[in-house]
Design a protein around this ligand. Structure first.
Ligand code: NAD
Length: 324
């Protein structure tokens, strides 16, 4: 199978590409093309372990490019679309790139997939499209009520993908996953930001009262879920992918402080993020019926992730320096 992975130089996309090529996936990929614009979040170092793999082709380019994308999709069997602008805080500051890439870029991919006859199109969406939930958990039938510009642009893409299944019969699968953690995540995101800041002796910011709740999932488990949706998902269906580990930001901060040998004097309280969702929680019964189970124990996964950042400053130092 020839698979086009968009955003394959980012955190989750590169994990997925490495998995496809190093034999950890059940998907028989005999060719993998990565299309990535290499924005500030894209990092070719994430693909270094497989860069010489004979089945990998890396193309630097934009999912919104109307000439390049149909050319790349010719002869491709399946698309897995990770490419997106992903940082909520950046979307609050300026949402233009979010609309351009997440909505228009996805539309360009869908058009090209239709035109070139791609057999399967998996779109990686997010639980943030549902908004915020005080108790219980979202099933896939829950109405979308995104609160941040990031989530709204993801919801726009998610619904466009759905419409290409309903209107044009494109064989799509949509995944909505909870918060991922693991190696190779850009240090602007919570866990790597806290670990790399503490490693440099800095203080970390905790939003508001610190009681916002997130469900955490190791990136390997997310990629396992995507494999299942690619191979076994019903055409046009949406699948939640959850981790089952709910933590307040305050609890997570405590765990990171402990693991890094720091205490609460390293934490500074900052005003809450605008429109900050209080709680996310997913019901992933539908994917579990396909055999999905998160396999990475959270305590062990978090410890290994923190160890990876502490052992690989050469990976993140250029990124934190660029942001300074
Ligand atoms: P990331 O920011 O680490 O990577 C995004 C990648 O997309 C980068 O390599 C970037 O260069 C590339 N990209 C951006 N714009 C592009 C464009 N116009 N054309 C081609 N490539 C482009 O993001 P991530 O955390 O790996 O997230 C991947 C996907 O998973 C996103 O769609 C995100 O919404 C979704 N998701 C993420 C999480 C999470 O916790 N990180 C949770 C649920 C869903």
């Amino acid at each position: 199978m020839h698979i086009l992975v968009t955003g394959g130089a980012g955190f989750i996309g590169s994990n997925y590409v490495r998995r496809l090529l190093n034999g950890h996936s059940d998907i028989a990929a005999d060719r993998v093309t990565v299309l990535d614009k290499l924005t500030y979040a894209g990092n070719s170092a994430n693909l270094a372990p497989v860069e010489d793999h004979p089945e990998l082709r890396f193309v630097e380019g934009d999912i919104g490019d109307p000439a390049l994308v149909p050319e790349l999709l010719t002869g491709v069997d399946a698309v897995v679309n990770f490419a997106a602008e992903t940082h909520v805080d950046r979307s609050i500051h300026d949402a233009a790139a979010f609309v351009t890439t997440n909505v228009l870029g996805t539309h360009n991919l869908l058009q090209a997939a239709l035109r070139t006859g791609v057999s399967r199109f998996v779109h990686v969406s997010t639980d943030e499209v549902y908004g915020s939930i005080d108790s219980g958990s979202w099933t896939e039938e829950w109405p979308l009520a995104p609160n941040s510009p990031y989530a709204a642009a993801k919801a726009g893409a998610d619904l466009l993908v759905r419409s290409y299944a309903r209107t044009h019969g494109l064989n799509v699968g949509i995944t909505r996953c909870s918060n991922n953690y693991g190696p190779h995540q850009h240090p602007e995101k919570l866990i790597p930001h806290f670990v790399t800041t503490l490693a440099r002796g800095g203080t970390v910011p905790l939003y508001g009262d610190g009681l916002n709740v997130r469900d955490w999932l190791h990136v390997d488990d997310h990629c396992r879920g995507i494999d299942l949706v690619l191979a076994k998902g019903a055409p046009g269906e949406v699948y939640n992918i959850g981790g089952g580990v709910e933590l307040t930001n305050r609890q997570l901060t405590g765990l990171i402080l402990d693991a890094c040998g720091a205490d609460w004097s390293s934490v500074r309280r900052v005003p809450d993020r605008k429109g900050h969702d209080r709680r996310y929680a997913l019901d992933d019964t539908r994917l579990r019926a396909l055999g999905y189970r998160p396999q990475v124990d959270f305590s062990r996964g978090l410890a290994a992730t923190i160890a990876w950042y502490r052992e690989n400053p050469a990976w993140w130092e250029p990124l934190t320096a660029a942001a300074a």
